[in-house]
Design a protein around this ligand. Sequence first.
Ligand SMILES: Cc1cc2nc3c(=O)[nH]c(=O)nc-3n(C[C@H](O)[C@H](O)[C@H](O)COP(=O)(O)OP(=O)(O)OC[C@H]3O[C@@H](n4cnc5c(N)ncnc54)[C@H](O)[C@@H]3O)c2cc1C
Length: 446
Amino acid sequence: MNYKYVIIGADAAGNSAAGQIRRNDKEGSIAILERGGIISYGACGLPYTLSGEIPETEKLIHFTAESFGKKVHADVLTRYEVVSVDFSSQMLFVKSPKGDREIGYEKLLIATGASPVRLPFIDYSSERVFELKTVPDANRVLSFIETHQPRSAAILGAGYIGLEAAENLRMRGIEVTIFEVMERPMPRLSAEFGDEISRELSARGVTLHTNTPVESVRFEENAVQITAKGRMYAFDFLLSAPGVRPATSFLNPDSIAMRQGAILVNAYGETSVPNVYAAGDCATVPHQITGESVWVPLGHTANKTGRIAGMNMSGSKVSFPGVLGTQLFKLFDKVIASTGLTAEEAEKAGHEIMKTNLVRPSKAGYYPGSGKVYLSMVADASSREILGVAMHGPLDSYGLIDSAAALISQNATVDEVAWLDMAYAPPFAPVWNALVSAAAKFSGGD
Ligand SMILES: Cc1cc2nc3c(=O)[nH]c(=O)nc-3n(C[C@H](O)[C@H](O)[C@H](O)COP(=O)(O)OP(=O)(O)OC[C@H]3O[C@@H](n4cnc5c(N)ncnc54)[C@H](O)[C@@H]3O)c2cc1C
């Protein structure tokens, strides 16, 4: 079977591309190959199904294979797993419920996302070990909780997925213990962020062991036994969240350029192979500040890069301006967010930097519900352009990170931001918000 366009992976990047292709090319045949049974789901909402905040996982599914197929007039083939690709003959080798298949393409998009990292000392076939990547993963946890009424859970990894899962399991009344090999959670950010996350977890009754590599995991009939730093712990179940890696193992690394498993693409989504594009979590993106190809596996980036690749595969010439790695997550009543470079990253990229941090109220200090925003800013010492901002604060202060991202992408200097006309009214913001105040500190004001 041959198609004009073949897309591997039917989620954020793949489906965004399909929509754009169909917009540009009303007739060309499209096949979307998906190894799972569900397409087009909001993985980012999965943690919130664990608490019941989102009452059922079905709410996260935007389209079925059938409805999306109709919408973009494509063959959406679920349970079709691409096991290898021959780029010279433009042929895919696929395992499907109908047996092995060979599918040819004129243009190919690889949008296979990322896979959870699996640790060698865990038997992932145990009924007491879980991951959180797909809708079936979340359904498994929920059905275990319903059947076994567990009282305790261990989480491996204090990245944002582990932390979001911790919050939501805790909200369900489960005792949660997190094991983290690094010296603090979210180690890319400064120690202040690790301390704040640790404080918040502790205040909510979540136990966090940092600097604690898990040495072994044993599954008993009714428990999971974890050994770490010579101590033994017992839990009702284990959620493994040590990170993700690009889902590119079906590709021969000699046949396509990759960096640490992520497919290298240019600003048009083109790979090193003619007629082959890649987008989303399986591919690199250009960094707006450093110009480097970086791997930033995030949902908003996957949607955008998928859209760009789809446009370019079907006749447009649109280039992606790159990312700042803007991200945020919720931890109980706090938002933790960052955009651009950290101080270490900026120095590594060759900048002589200046940096500052401060605490400011989130609304007028006297207004009920005003909380504290902690914000750190890094800028280039000679151009005075802002290079990075990180913050934590009450949930409704999150907009500061989007403002920071917008300013950094426009090369704003600290002197411009110090006098920026940002909104003030007591229920929303103080006169001098944390972003403006941080910039003003560099200009001698505060
Ligand atoms: C719990 C959780 C919370 C998250 N929260 C956030 C958040 O708050 N903000 C944010 O920006 N991002 C978040 N993310 C990340 C975000 O979900 C991803 O960046 C996004 O889903 C990537 O989209 P994608 O299309 O590149 O890959 P995916 O969504 O992983 O889709 C890739 C698809 O390809 C299929 N596939 C893989 N290999 C093959 C193959 N060989 N053959 C056929 N099909 C294949 C997969 O089954 C999958 O359906 C979260 C992720 C998780 C798991």
